[in-house]
Every structure is written in structure tokens, then in C-alpha cells.
Design a protein around this ligand. Structure first.
Ligand code: ADP
Ligand code: NI
Length: 221
């Protein structure tokens, strides 16, 4: 039986190799940041760290967006990998369950987490969608889809289903109202909540400046 340390190291290498050229926000460095965030949040939570680390490392190993919308591809790919390393079934079941329940699916779609390990990883992933990094990721994603930065004539929509959320062609600024500004209040842990408040303020300042520049209001004496 391989040690937990070795399993983590091998998983890190596998994910790094698989996602190193991943575009539109799901590159290795996103996973790296989520992993670090998760370790930080986990310090103040009673968790099985092995499960937290494996779920953080494998959470974006295969994205439904690049597999014809197949939402089971992520957990399936993670399972195949963990079985190859002979990880025990209870850990595999827990990790794949976390991966399956992680994603944001729309402003009005609930995405509950049942275990503290899942809550930590969900918070860690959501922290990487807000703040300076979150802003950068949103515009990188919008750019990859050829979307406008902003269009004052396109109203914000709070999506009721994952279908309408993921197929929305709205400009990237709308994504702030449809997801990014909502995340602060969706954090599961106190530690993540504190970090989220800072990152949230940073986004609000960004938006204020963005709208001022849009109308050239900052050009006046
Ligand atoms: P994750 O669950 O890792 O946050 P997603 O696949 O939902 O992954 O999104 C990847 C990144 O792209 C995130 O930073 C997210 O906020 C951003 N993103 C997703 N949908 C949009 C969109 N419609 N417009 C702009 N950015 C988006
Ligand atoms: Ni992610």
C-alpha cells in the first residue's frame, strides 16, 4: 500500500501534467491555488486532510464543458485514477462525491455540501473565482468565448437552472452579478468567509472604477 504522502505527490504530478495547457480558467495553476486555499481553510476545521487534498487536486481533472456537457466525466476520471493507486473505496467514494457536488450552477440553484471536507474544498474553489484572480479569470473566460466586456443594454439574469446559467451568452460584467458577487454569502466556513469579504470589496471597487471609466467620468477635472 502506497503512503498517503506518495499518493498526494503522484496525484499532484498527474494533475499538473494533465492540466498544464488547460485554458479558460481550468489550468494547473487554478488547481494549485485551490489546493493551497483548501489547506489554509482546513487548518481551522476538523477534516480528513487526505480527502481534502485529493478532492482539491482532482476537482477539475475533466470538465463537462470540454466533454460534450457530460457532467459525470469529472468524478469518473478521478475514480479511475484513484483506483489505479489502490486508494481505499471509502476515500474514493467521498472524493468523487465532493467533485460531483462542487460547482456553482446558477444564482437560484442550490449546491449543498454534506461533509466538512466538501465544504472546505467548495470554499477554496469559490475563493479562486473572486478577488483579483476571479476578475482575471472571468475576463479570460469571456474572451475565450468572444464575449463583450460589458453591454449596458443586456440585463442581469439570476438563473434558475444550470442549463440557462451555463448557456448564457451575456457579457462578462453580467457574470459578476450572476455569480461572483453572490459567493461571499455562500461560503461554508468562517475562515473562507473572512477572506471572501476582502476579495468582495476589491471586486466592488473594481466595478465602481469600471463604470466611471465607461462613461469617462474619471476624465473630468
Ligand atoms: P470553477 O468551478 O472552477 O469556478 P467554472 O468552470 O464554473 O469553474 O468557471 C471557471 C472560471 O470561469 C471561473 O473563474 C468562473 O467564474 C469563470 N466563468 C464561468 N462562467 C463564466 C461566464 N459566463 N463569464 C465569465 N466568466 C465565467
Ligand atoms: Ni475549480
Amino acid at each position: 500500500m502506497m503512503s498517503q504522502e506518495k499518493i498526494i505527490a503522484q496525484t499532484e504530478a498527474y494533475v499538473r501534467e494533465t492540466l498544464i495547457n488547460g485554458g479558460a480558467g481550468h489550468d494547473w495553476w487554478h488547481v494549485y491555488r485551490v489546493w493551497k486555499n483548501a489547506l489554509h481553510i482546513a487548518r481551522t476545521e476538523p477534516v480528513d486532510l487526505f480527502v481534502v487534498e485529493l478532492a482539491a487536486l482532482l476537482h477539475d481533472i475533466a470538465d463537462h464543458k470540454f466533454h460534450g456537457g457530460d457532467e459525470t466525466i469529472g468524478p469518473k476520471t478521478a475514480r479511475v485514477w484513484l483506483e489505479k493507486l489502490n486508494v481505499e473505496e471509502s476515500v474514493i467514494a467521498h472524493v468523487t462525491k465532493i467533485i460531483a457536488s462542487l460547482s456553482f450552477k446558477g444564482a437560484k440553484v442550490a449546491t449543498p455540501m454534506r461533509t466538512i471536507e466538501g465544504m472546505v474544498v467548495q470554499d477554496a474553489d469559490r475563493l479562486d473565482a473572486i478577488g483579483a484572480i476571479g476578475i482575471a479569470r472571468a475576463f479570460a473566460y469571456g474572451g475565450s468565448k468572444g464575449r463583450l466586456l460589458h453591454d449596458p443594454n443586456v440585463p442581469v439574469e439570476l438563473h434558475e437552472s444550470f442549463e440557462t446559467y451555463k448557456n448564457s451568452p451575456a457579457p462578462t460584467i453580467n457574470h459578476f452579478y450572476e455569480k461572483l458577487l453572490l459567493l461571499k454569502d455562500l461560503m461554508n466556513t468562517e475562515t473562507a468567509k473572512k477572506i471572501a469579504i476582502q476579495r468582495h470589496m476589491y471586486m466592488e471597487n473594481f466595478l465602481k472604477q469600471f463604470y466611471a471609466e465607461w462613461e469617462g467620468q474619471d476624465c473630468q477635472p
